[in-house]
Ligand binder design. Structure first.
Ligand code: SI3
Length: 289
C-alpha cells in the first residue's frame, strides 16, 4: 500500500457512459507504461462526483477485473449520501479492494463531530480499512492535528490522503502518527512531501507521468535530493502547462495521443477546443516519449 498511486482517470463517451474498453486501456497504460504501484479508483480525477451509483460500481468492477491482483487498489467511496457510501464500501470490500477511502463530507458546513460520526458510521457497517481523503481547497473542510488524531483513534482508519500545501501540519501528522499511512496529494509538491517521509502519493498526473513521480519518490528515499529536484522541475513544467490548458481534459488528450482511448470528460466539464487539443498533443510530445 506504499508508493505512487494513480488517481485513476475514467473513459467516458460523448453521452457520458463509461467506456469500459477505454477504461481498461487507461489501466493498462498506468500499469505497463507509467508503472505505478497502485490505483486510487473513483476519486476526483475519476470524475466520481459527476456519475451515478451504477456507474461507480461498473468502474469498481472493471478496474478490479482488469488489475487482477497486480497492484493494490483503494476505492474512494465517499458521498454526501452516507447510505451510498456504505453501499459502495460493502460492494468493493466484497470484491476484494485493499482499502476504502472517503472524502470529508462537503457542501453543507458540517462540524467536526458530524464529520467524525460520518467516518465512524461507515466503518461500523463496512469491514475494511479506511483512508481519509482530505482536500480542503475543494471541500472547505480544514482539519487540525487534534482532529486528525480523533479520526485516527478509530483503528480502522489507517491513514490520510493529504492534499494540501500545509507542510507544517503534514510534518506534525507524520511525526505524531508514525504508523499511519500518509499519501501526498499534490503532484507538484511530491518532493517536498517525500522529504517529510510520507508513505506515498496519490495523484492525477501520474496517469501520464507516473515514471517521473516514482523517480522523485525513490531518489528522496535514497537521500539524492538534487536528482529528485531535477525531475520535480521537469514534472512541474509539465504540470503547469497541463493546468493552464485544462487539467483532466489535457491528461485525457495526452493519453489519446499515446493510443489510449481515454474518451472525454463528463459534463459540465467542457471538451477542449481545437487549439487546446493541439497544445495537449504538444505537451505530450515534449514531456512524454
Ligand atoms: O482523488 C483524486 O483524484 C486525487 O488524488 C486528486 C489529486 O489530489 C489531484 N487533485 C485534483 C484536484 O485533481 C492532484 O493530483 C492534482 O491534479 C495535481 O497535483 C495538479 O495540481
Amino acid at each position: 500500500m506504499k508508493g505512487i498511486f494513480s488517481a485513476l482517470m475514467c473513459s467516458f463517451d460523448e453521452r457520458g457512459n463509461v467506456n469500459e474498453k477505454g477504461l481498461r486501456e487507461i489501466i493498462r497504460y498506468n500499469l505497463d507504461v507509467c508503472k505505478v504501484d497502485g490505483l486510487y479508483v473513483n476519486g476526483s480525477t475519476g470524475e466520481n462526483f459527476l456519475i451515478s451509483t451504477e456507474q461507480k460500481k461498473q468502474i469498481f468492477e472493471t478496474v478490479y477485473d482488469e488489475v487482477g491482483g497486480e497492484v493494490p487498489l483503494i476505492a474512494q467511496i465517499g458521498s454526501l449520501n452516507i447510505d451510498e457510501a456504505i453501499d459502495l464500501g460493502k460492494f468493493v470490500t466484497g470484491m476484494g479492494y485493499n482499502a476504502i477511502s472517503a472524502v470529508t463530507p462537503f457542501y453543507y458546513k458540517f462540524n467536526f463531530e458530524e464529520i467524525k460520526d460520518y467516518y465512524d458510521t461507515i466503518l461500523k457497517e463496512v469491514d475494511n480499512q479506511l483512508i481519509i481523503y482530505s482536500i480542503p481547497a475543494l471541500t472547505g473542510v480544514h482539519m487540525n492535528l487534534d482532529q486528525f488524531a480523533e479520526l485516527f483513534n478509530n483503528s480502522k482508519v489507517i491513514g490520510v490522503k493529504f492534499t494540501a500545501p500545509d507542510f507544517y501540519l503534514l510534518e506534525r501528522i507524520r511525526h505524531t502518527f508514525p504508523d499511519k499511512l500518509i499519501y501526498s496529494g499534490f503532484d507538484e509538491m511530491l518532493l517536498s512531501a517525500s522529504v517529510l517521509n510520507v508513505d506515498g502519493a496519490i495523484g492525477s498526473t501520474f496517469n501520464i507521468n507516473g515514471q517521473r513521480a516514482k523517480q522523485i519518490f525513490d531518489f528522496v528515499q535514497k537521500g539524492q535530493l538534487q536528482e529528485a529536484l531535477a525531475i520535480q522541475k521537469v514534472t512541474n513544467d509539465l504540470i503547469s502547462e497541463v493546468l493552464e490548458n485544462g487539467l483532466y481534459q489535457t491528461i485525457k488528450q495526452i493519453l489519446q495521443s499515446k493510443g489510449v482511448d481515454a474518451g472525454v470528460c463528463r459534463k459540465p466539464m467542457k471538451p477542449l477546443a481545437t487549439e487546446k487539443l493541439e497544445v495537449a498533443n504538444t505537451i505530450g510530445k515534449r514531456y512524454l516519449q
